[in-house]
Design a protein around this ligand. Structure first.
Ligand SMILES: CC(C)(COP(=O)(O)OP(=O)(O)OC[C@H]1O[C@@H](n2cnc3c(N)ncnc32)[C@H](O)[C@@H]1OP(=O)(O)O)[C@@H](O)C(=O)NCCC(=O)NCCS
Length: 200
């Protein structure tokens, strides 16, 4: 089954048809945080010790969530936060994207495609020239299919994700991707990325 997962999906398609919304962090309820946390723990089993209760983030807390719900259940999610990162010697505004996830039982049904389409809209709505994320080799193909472009020979330095307080600096040599939105690909500065904090 392939879900028609777009933001304009009519709500009366049926009780389990996923519907996308974009929600500001400050508008999330405790129930929302708990529902997101449960989905993230299932989608990222290696990090499920961080996604507990209502702690719906593992590094930097997002400012915006893209969420697909089927009834009360969150079935897909992405977090976004505007911030400056240092690229070479330039302070570059980005929409940092992370916690991109589809519920395991619905993976491969098209929800991820709908999710990245909604992320594109959200990045445009935030007025950032680029989306930025880091991901493992196995998932890079998914992002490339949806317009994300790899940054070759770029190292990114960031503080490790941890719910436990101060975190050590991590240097990651690959897996950085940008999504041009309000700017051309060529406008991305040369050089390594200094995140200067935790990622979303
Ligand atoms: C990665 C993830 C979000 C993709 O969502 P999904 O709902 O399974 O993806 P879709 O069904 O919409 O697939 C969209 C397209 O991407 C492709 N695709 C999906 N995962 C892929 C992967 N790992 N590598 C390459 N292509 C992939 C699909 O084949 C499909 O291609 P098609 O449109 O030609 O058929 C989902 O698998 C997931 O949550 N994984 C676990 C968490 C994770 O790794 N998140 C990313 C962390 S940065």
């Amino acid at each position: 089954m392939t879900y028609q997962a777009d933001a304009d999906s009519p709500a009366d398609d049926g009780p389990t048809h996923p519907v996308f919304t974009t929600v500001a962090e400050g508008d999330l309820t405790l129930d929302d945080h708990e529902a997101i946390t449960a989905t993230l723990a299932r989608a990222f089993p290696s990090y499920d010790h961080w996604y507990q209760g209502a702690r719906s983030w593992a590094g930097m807390q997002p400012e915006l969530r893209v969420i697909a719900r089927a009834g009360d259940v969150v079935v897909a999610h992405a977090g976004i936060r505007r911030q400056f990162v240092t690229v070479g010697d330039v302070d570059q505004l980005v929409g940092a994207v992370g916690m991109v996830a589809v519920s395991p039982i619905l993976q491969g049904t098209g929800l991820g495609t709908g999710l990245l389409s909604s992320v594109d809209d959200a990045l445009s709505g935030l007025g950032v020239p680029f989306g930025l994320l880091e991901t493992g080799e196995a998932v890079q193909g998914f992002y490339r299919r949806h317009g994300w472009e790899p940054l070759d020979e770029v190292t990114g330095h960031y503080n490790a994700l941890t719910a436990d307080g101060a975190s050590t600096l991590v240097s990651q040599d690959e897996g950085w991707l940008i999504r041009p939105r309000g700017a051309d690909r060529e406008a991305w500065p040369d050089g390594d990325i200094r995140w200067n904090g935790q990622m979303v």
